[in-house]
Design a protein. Structure first.
Length: 88
């Protein structure tokens, strides 16, 4: 298996975009403050990430699978926090 410049760029993008999302998950977990999180946005984001993950599997793209797997888990956590800590 040789060097693949496209996947290298993909992994760099995957790491950066995934890392960028994690502070929001951490902050929400620590503060339990979900008032600034929009439930419709979180649902649409989650569906979009799941579709990107499926696309990554269909394209056999390790970078897309890696990034979107982690981001799906992060989005699930934010959805959980929003539903648990949001105003009823």
């Amino acid at each position: 298996m040789g060097f693949d410049a496209y996947e290298t760029i993909g992994f760099a993008a995957a790491v950066l975009t995934t890392i960028a999302f994690l502070p929001q998950v951490y902050k929400t977990w620590k503060t339990k403050d979900v008032s600034s999180l929009s439930l419709p946005m979180l649902i649409l984001f989650f569906i979009g990430i799941v579709l990107w993950l499926i696309y990554g599997f269909l394209k056999h793209s390790p970078s897309m699978i890696f990034a979107n797997s982690i981001t799906v888990l992060s989005a699930i956590l934010l959805l959980y926090f929003k539903l648990k800590y949001g105003k009823k």
